[in-house]
Write a protein that binds this ligand. Structure first.
Ligand code: OGA
Ligand code: MN
Length: 283
C-alpha cells in the first residue's frame, strides 16, 4: 500500500486499495496499525455497495446495531442524509436536519454506550459542491499539549456521557422518550491510554459532567481542558471526494460535520460502527 500522511499528528491516505478485494488479512492488520498510530485513514475511490461496506467493516470487529430513532435503525448501517424519500431537501426543523446539526458538535460516536465504539467507517455517496467537510481532532495531540499539573489533576477522572445532553441544547424535543429509555447516562474515563501510542482525552458533545464534582467545578475543569483541545493544529479537515471512505478511531479523535455552504445540495453518507471490546473504565 502507498500511504500519504495528511497532517502532522493525524490522518493518512491510501490510494491503491480496493476494499472489495481483500485477499490478505495482513492488509487489515496494516490498516488497524495505521488507525492506532494516525487515528484517521482515508481510502480513496471506493464505489461500494452497503453489503461490501459491511463485509469490509466486519474484518475489524463486530458491528454495532443502529439504535432506535436513527435512520437505519435495527440494521448495521447509519444513513446520514438531508433529503426525504422523494429526494426533496428536508426543512431546517425536520428531525433529520436537527440530528445532522448535532453532528456539528465535536463528538465521539457511541461514547454514550457503556462499551463505546472502537471505529467508525463512513462512505460518501452524494456530496454537495461546497462545504459539508468533516473535521477530525487528535485527542492524543490535545492531551500531550496539556500542562503537567492539569494532566495530573485529570489522570483518574471519570465523566458522565449522555446521548440527550448535547441534543437537548439543540431542541428540547429532539430526544424521544424511547431513546432516553434505551440510552441511560454512562461513565467513561477522561484519559484513555493506548499502550503503544500513549494517552488521549475522551470528551465530546455527549460528555455532560465530571463524576464526583459539583456542576460548577465540573464546568470549570471541562472549560479549562477545552481551551487546550480547541487548537487548529490538531485538526485534519477532510474535503470529501465522491467514493471516499474514511475510517477513524473513536477513542483517539473527536469529529464533527461542517455546514454546507451556499445553496443546500444533497448529501448522503453511509456509516458502519465497529463495537468496542473493552470498557474505557479499565484504561
Ligand atoms: C458520523 C458523523 C459527520 C459528517 O458519521 O458519525 O458524525 O460530516 N459524520 O457527516
Ligand atoms: Mn459521528
Amino acid at each position: 500500500m502507498i500511504i500519504n500522511k495528511l497532517k502532522k499528528f493525524i490522518g493518512v491516505e491510501i490510494n491503491d486499495l480496493d476494499i472489495t478485494k481483500i485477499l490478505d488479512i495482513g492488509i487489515i492488520n496494516e490498516i488497524s496499525e495505521l488507525l492506532s498510530e494516525f487515528s484517521v485513514v482515508v481510502i480513496r475511490d471506493q464505489n461500494i455497495t452497503n453489503d461490501q461496506h459491511i463485509k469490509f467493516s466486519e474484518f475489524f470487529g463486530n458491528l454495532e446495531q443502529t439504535k432506535v430513532g436513527t435512520d437505519g435503525s435495527g440494521s448495521k448501517l447509519i444513513i446520514l442524509r438531508n433529503f426525504d424519500e422523494d429526494g426533496n431537501i428536508v426543512s431546517p426543523n425536520d428531525r433529520q436536519r436537527l440530528n445532522n446539526l448535532a453532528n456539528k458538535e465535536w463528538h465521539s460516536d457511541s461514547s454514550f454506550k457503556k462499551i463505546p465504539s472502537k471505529l467508525s467507517i463512513l462512505s460518501a455517496k452524494m456530496i454537495p459542491s461546497n462545504g459539508g467537510d468533516t473535521e477530525f481532532l487528535s485527542m492524543r495531540a490535545a492531551y500531550n499539549s496539556l500542562p503537567e499539573n492539569l494532566k495530573l489533576n485529570i489522570e483518574d477522572k471519570v465523566c458522565w456521557h449522555d446521548y440527550s445532553h448535547g441534543r437537548l441544547k439543540i431542541d428540547p424535543n429532539l430526544v424521544t422518550s424511547e431513546e432516553k429509555k434505551a440510552l441511560p447516562p454512562v461513565k467513561q474515563k477522561l484519559v484513555l491510554n493506548n499502550k503503544k501510542y500513549g494517552k488521549s482525552l475522551y470528551l465530546g458533545a455527549h460528555c455532560s459532567k465530571i463524576d464526583g464534582m459539583t456542576e460548577n467545578e465540573s464546568q470549570n475543569l471541562l472549560k479549562e481542558i477545552y481551551e487546550f483541545v480547541d487548537n487548529k493544529s490538531f485538526v485534519y479537515s477532510h474535503i470529501w471526494k465522491p467514493y471516499d471512505l474514511i475510517m477513524w478511531d473513536n477513542r483517539s479523535v473527536l469529529h464533527r460535520a461542517t455546514p454546507i455552504k451556499g445553496k443546500i445540495e444533497k448529501r448522503l453518507m453511509v456509516r458502519t460502527t465497529i463495537a468496542g471490546e473493552t470498557s474505557t473504565l479499565n484504561d
